[in-house]
Structures are given as C-alpha cells and as structure tokens.
Ligand binder design. Structure first.
Ligand SMILES: [Zn+2]
Length: 434
C-alpha cells in the first residue's frame, strides 16, 4: 500500500511565473506528486494523511546551486576583509586546523538544517571529504548534488594531488545510484588551481558518468593573469580552448566576463551559478546576469559557503539577485522577481540535471515547502513577487523532500538538531582554543 499525503485548502504556486491556484490541493504518493489543482477537483482522501494548510502557500522547494556546506563552522570567524586576506590569514589556517571527515559531516548537517528550515530542498555542495558531506545530506533528508573537489595542491582527504582523479573515481563509483537523495558530481576548483591536464581528466570523468562538471570561474578581476598554462586571453576562452564548455559545465560566479565570453557561454550551452551576496561581501563584483539571460544562458542561484555570505537563506539571495542587477543595469525593470524565483527553482533544477524538481507538476518529485502567509510583512499577498521582496526563510513552516516531511511547524523531524548543534559547538571550541 503506497503512502499518500494530501495538502489541502492552501494557495499553490506550481512554478515560478505560473498563475496561483487558490484554494488548492496537492496529492503525493510515495516520493511523487500524483495530482494537484483547485479544491473542487480534490480526490477523496481515503486513507491518505491530510495536512490542512489554510493561510499558507505551497511552492516548489528552493534550489541552492552553490554551497560549501561545511563552512558553517567558519561563519562569523572573520568578516570585513578582502578576499586574499580573508582566505590566507583566516579561512585556510582554520581549514588546516579543523577539516576532517567528522567536521565535514556535522557542519554539513548543520547547513542542511539551516537550509531545510529556510525552504531549500536541494543543494549543490562542493567541499573536502565529499563522502562525509554526501552522508550528512542523506542523513539530514535534503536532496544533494555532492561534488568531489579536484585541485592540484595537497587537500584534506587528498594529500597527494597526483591521486585526485583516482579519489574522484572512487567517490563516484560509491555514490552513483547509491541513494535517491544524492547525485555525485565533479568540482574542479578553478583554472588557477588546476592545470589543463587536470581539468581535462576531471571533465572526462564527469562526462563518462554523465555528471555535472562545476568550476569556479572569473570570480576575481585578475584571474586571466593567474591561469595555469593559459590557452586563451580570458578564463572563459581558456576553458573553451580546452573543450570543457558544454551543457554539463556549470561555471560558478562568472563575474568578470566580456561580451565575447558571454557569447561563448551561450554558444556552448554552458551554465552559470550566481552568488550575489558572497560577491558583494568579498567585493568581488557583480555578475552580468541580465546580459546572460538575454543570451539564453541558464543561470542558477547559490549562497556560496556561508562564511562569505553569512546566511544560507535563499529568500535573501533571491531578493539580492533581483535588486543588485537593477542597480548594475541602472534599470528597475531588470531581473524581475519572477526571474529570480525561476533561478532558484526551475532553472536551478535543470542546471543541476534534476528537471523532475523545482516545480510542482504531476509526475514530478515531491520537493516542496509551505509558507505561512499570515504575517504582517506578507499581508496583503497580491502576487508571487512578494516571495522575493518580502518573504524570508523563517516564514517556512513545513518542508517535504522526496515525499517525506522533514520539517513540520518549523521543527526538524528528519534528524536530531540538538545533537548537531552540540557537535558543531564542540568543533568551534576546538577552533577557538587553537
Ligand atoms: Zn564557491
């Protein structure tokens, strides 16, 4: 007998930009959306579990397309510093002192709690000890594209960089098809920390398993001068010359791009993840997102690691994406709220190769959130734009991932949050003493 869940009497936003259904119902069987529509079309509940949600809005779970989850340990450790001082004097030493499989497990679980409670149901993660991160996401009940990092320097978990591709293969072999919540992926750190040979081997490995290939690209202004064995005059041209840009390539940040770079991304089908708050806080710059969208480049939205944000709340991120682009373009019509919502839902889902998520549609995976609309800042609720410009993660009441209720009435049900908080506090105490 399959498990059936009905959510009823709510307002439904099936997809960014779609008309609202109100009052509506949605029915889930096991991990799949069976049907949805106006209340008068609701099938008899029979033995189904019913969640009545008047005054609430049901929408697709948000998709955080770029995070280094375990960096929750470093949130607030060092703020208001330029990128290289922040990295070299604070983050790299803290990582050297604390990163191990246990730290990655607990700190990723903390990130999962924060994200779930704020309505994120899928995260693309890239960090050291990716196996621990993947296990933490699985145990926390959040959907994850978990990427193993590749870099030409000794790194936690991969002390010998000559074995980085071998370790990558081992990670993929274990996680491919292992768990419905976890999709493995490849994260080549950047073209200034990976040689062309390493980049080519990492991409070949991703392609052989039909997986996403992530890379940080053009985050810093001077990156063209830092490329290892440059094959072009810009980071984008470097990757294009190496044949790395295609629809499975995900270029994170992509701030310092000229028109020719944008044309290359559009022609190759390569995708971009923008992380506006991290880029602002580190004063990296503002990506040309509206110019990317004009060319048909798919753009997802990410928080980046929370040490450079310092929040994993995707509602804040959507708000910032829309507003900073208007300022950059000197045009209040640039990047409308519904486009920001699409970047964080449907487009993020396709970007990560998970098109059965990111919208509420019969036959799709049951990843969704209920938002409490009965709040002063969401009253009156004329339309979905308010989700971008006024809603926040703390408005999320209930979260369903893969058909399972993981947050109910703002309480994490999927795992013991107190245990996770205590474990991270212990790790932070070790860092303070170091
Ligand atoms: Zn990053």
């Amino acid at each position: 007998m399959p498990d059936t869940l009905q959510i009823t009497d709510c307002t439904i936003l099936p997809e960014a930009g779609a008309p609202l259904i109100s009052p509506g119902f949605l029915e889930i069987t096991d991990n799949t959306i069976r049907t949805l529509g106006p209340m008068e079309q609701r099938p008899a509940p029979g033995t189904a579990t019913v969640i009545k949600a008047p005054g609430q809005l049901l929408m697709p779970g948000l998709i955080n397309s770029h995070n280094h989850c375990a960096m929750t340990l470093f949130r607030g450790l060092a703020d208001d510093l330029d990128l290289m001082t922040w990295l070299n004097r604070h983050i790299f030493p803290a990582e050297a002192a604390s990163v191990n499989p246990e730290m990655v497990y607990w700190c990723t679980r903390l990130a999962a709690a924060e994200m779930l409670l704020a309505g994120t149901t899928t995260v693309a993660d890239g960090y050291f000890h990716a196996d621990s991160a993947a296990r933490a996401c699985r145990d926390a009940g959040i959907r994850a594209v978990a990427a193993q990092g590749v870099i030409d320097f000794p790194a936690p978990g991969v002390p010998d960089p000559s074995r980085n591709i071998e370790m990558l293969e081992r990670f993929i072999d274990f996680w491919l098809g292992q768990d419905p919540l976890v999709t493995p992926a490849v994260f080549a750190h950047s073209p200034y920390t990976c040689s062309p040979a390493t980049l080519l081997r990492a991409k070949e490995t991703a392609d052989r398993h039909r997986l996403r290939f992530f890379i940080h690209l053009a985050e810093a202004r001077g990156e063209a001068g830092m490329l290892i064995d440059a094959r072009g005059t810009s980071p984008v041209k470097h990757l294009q010359t190496l044949g790395l840009l295609d629809a499975a390539a995900v270029c994170v940040h992509s701030i310092w791009l000229d028109d020719a770079d944008l044309d290359i991304l559009a022609a190759t089908g390569a995708q971009v993840v923008s992380c506006p708050q991290s880029n602002l806080k580190l004063a990296s710059g503002t990506a040309r997102v509206s110019a990317m969208l004009d060319r048909g480049i798919r753009v997802g939205l990410g928080t980046d690691g929370c040490a450079s944000n310092n929040s994993l709340d995707m509602f804040r991120e959507m708000d910032m994406l829309a507003k900073i682009q208007k300022l950059k373009d000197h045009d209040a019509t640039s990047l409308p709220a519904r486009q920001a919502l699409a970047c964080a839902t449907t487009d993020g889902a396709r970007l990560l190769g998970l098109p059965q998520t990111g919208r509420l549609v019969a036959g799709g995976l049951a990843d969704m959130v209920l938002i409490d609309l009965q709040a002063p800042h969401l009253t009156p609720f004329y339309n979905q734009d308010l989700l971008v410009y006024a809603a926040r993660g703390s408005d999320v009441r209930t979260v369903i991932v893969d058909g399972r209720i993981v947050v109910r009435d703002r309480k994490v049900l999927a795992f013991d949050l107190e245990e996770t908080l205590a474990a991270v506090e212990r790790l932070a105490a070790g860092l303070r003493a170091a």
